[in-house]
Ligand binder design. Sequence first.
Ligand code: DGL
Length: 278
Amino acid sequence: MKHNPIGVFDSGIGGLTVVKAVKKMLPREDIIYLGDTARLPYGTKSVDAIIQFSIEDTQFLVDRGAKYIVIACYSSASVALDVIRKEFSVPVIGVIQPGVRKAMEVARTGKIGVIGTSLTIYSGAYEKAFKELGARAEILGRACPLFVPLVEEGWVDHAVSRMVAQDYLEPLKKDGIDTLLLGCTHYPLLMKVIRDILGDINYVDASTEVGVELAQNLRRLGLQNPDGMGSTSIYLTDLSMNFKEIGERFLGEPMKNFSRVSLKRYDEKSSHGGKEAK
Ligand code: DGL
């Protein structure tokens, strides 16, 4: 099993930021990545739809022998982590808890801001995770739905992005947060714009923390690959316009090994749940 790949999925190609961090931490591990580009965005859809899509994404990676699943999509991790853990026997890590642990470590005044898609923020997943980890901090969530299309458009340092960011982030600034959790795959690319508004506070991008926790978990479970090639195979449900250009922005290197795939439909009436897809 230790020679098997790590499976990472996201609604699109933003999750390649997590792949980049995992590769840095675990250079010998082979990675298979699934981006559900045909159904992007997840962050504006219903909880039920995202649970179904996340089960189908996981099934795809499990069918290809994934030894560990990384939910790189914050929207999926917010609403589907528990279901995926219940439905599949493979170990799973999401992007919410590692970021929360880091935020608790660095926050000073007890006011922590969290930004994410509408689904992530309204799901209450962050409040729940902070509570479960025993945080006493005040959590101030803010949905920033326009950030995803702005990043996809490449407007990472554009006047329009600045105006939008000003509107979204001003209330957090007024509230005096000292730490901001970037709860979405796309937001690290807007870091310059965000920092210009919120200034010198702590910023937490969970991808590094996911890499660290994943390495610890693989070691603990005896699943670390001692002699892998560090390959990355990318599967996308649609090779949409500009996907390569956008993907390379997230991955930070040329995107080579990619192909288009279709996913098996999950039948929610199946008593086997995610363990059996049609
Ligand atoms: N990957 C999603 C997330 O991190 C952002 C894009 C989307 O809405 O699907 O929440």
